[in-house]
Ligand binder design. Structure first.
Ligand code: NDP
Length: 285
């Protein structure tokens, strides 16, 4: 029997309704949540991502500001913008759309964002706090994956979780969140020997490699939850994940589609983090 679909659009819609309601409540108390998005250059994919984020803010009663800067913006000019936003009381979250042009050091830019406005959760202060189990903000993509996994009601505590991919923005924070939820976690990378040996052990398998359809049915434990983070464009223009969905759906118990799985959840958790940033500030004031 094919796996049950973990529908990110459906869960995102439900969560965004709650976020929109909470944003209204907070605004009525005097704090309207605000997100600033900075886009440098004209990368077409980044333009689409940024447009979607601004639209999602509009749909959830979150004030948004889009700062579009030309490709030749210097690092110093970008840092000036971030300093202004760090001091702006109407802005609770700051997101710099990556990748940045190659003449700008992304690390320095992310570190310039105030950790209390780092709604992407990429600042080392937040990454370090995640390690100790007390992050101000969880990185949006792993946070969204956790929401999808939790929606299955499968007990994470005691489960064997395997993550294929070890990037700072997906694989590593995903491992921390699953570990903190009580799973026994293995993280695999491109040097892992006998990947299938590990992946076949997984009750929960999260794949974030950027390698189209690399996870086949033979690599998946029957009945597993499979979360496919990958977004790859095929030569025919269609999108696919890092999991061979058409095969793996006959082995897994739950599986995310691409598109319509993790993608909508990533933006939803950005909205959630922005709301939480505004709530923290409201409590402090
Ligand atoms: P990175 O390129 O930063 O990291 C990829 C990771 O996968 C690395 O750790 C790499 O290993 C590992 N890897 C690559 N090939 C293999 C292999 N054959 N076997 C095992 N491990 C492998 O990618 P990201 O984490 O940034 O993104 C991964 C995918 O997720 C991409 O498709 C990206 O577009 C998508 N993505 C989707 C998001 C969403 O919202 N849905 C958000 C963010 C990313 P090593 O460390 O050894 O190099």
């Amino acid at each position: 029997m094919p796996a049950k679909l973990l529908d990110g659009n459906l869960l995102a819609k439900k969560m965004r309704t709650e976020i929109a309601a909470n944003a209204i409540i907070l605004a009525a108390k005097g704090t309207k949540p605000g997100l600033a998005v900075i886009l440098v250059g004209e990368n077409p994919a980044s333009q689409i991502y940024v447009r979607n984020k601004i639209k999602a803010c509009q749909d959830t009663n979150i004030h948004s500001v889009l700062i579009q800067l030309p490709q030749n913006t210097s690092q110093a000019e970008l840092l000036v913008q971030i300093t202004k936003l760090n001091q702006d009381p109407q802005i609770h979250g700051i997101l710099v759309q990556l990748p940045l042009p190659s003449h700008i050091d992304s690390h320095s830019v992310i570190e310039a964002i105030h950790p209390k406005k780092d709604v992407d959760g990429f600042h080392v202060a937040n990454a370090g706090a995640l390690m100790t189990g007390k992050p101000l903000f969880k990185p949006c993509t792993p946070y969204g994956c956790m929401a999808l996994i939790e929606s299955t009601d499968y007990p994470i505590r005691g489960a064997r979780a395997v993550i294929i991919g070890a990037s700072n923005i997906v694989g590593k924070p995903m491992a921390m969140l699953l570990l903190q939820a009580g799973a026994t976690v293995t993280i695999c990378n491109s040097k892992t020997r006998d990947l299938s040996f590990h992946s076949k052990e997984a009750d929960i398998l999260v794949v974030a490699t950027g390698k189209p359809k690399m996870v086949s049915a033979q690599m998946v434990k029957p009945g597993a939850i499979v979360i496919d983070v990958g977004i790859n464009r095929l030569p025919d223009g269609k999108l696919c994940g890092d999991v061979d969905f058409d095969e793996v759906k006959y082995v897994a118990n739950w599986i995310t589609p691409v598109p319509g799985g993790v993608g909508p959840m990533t933006i939803t958790m950005l909205l959630q983090n922005t709301l939480e940033a505004a709530q923290h500030l409201h409590v402090r004031n």
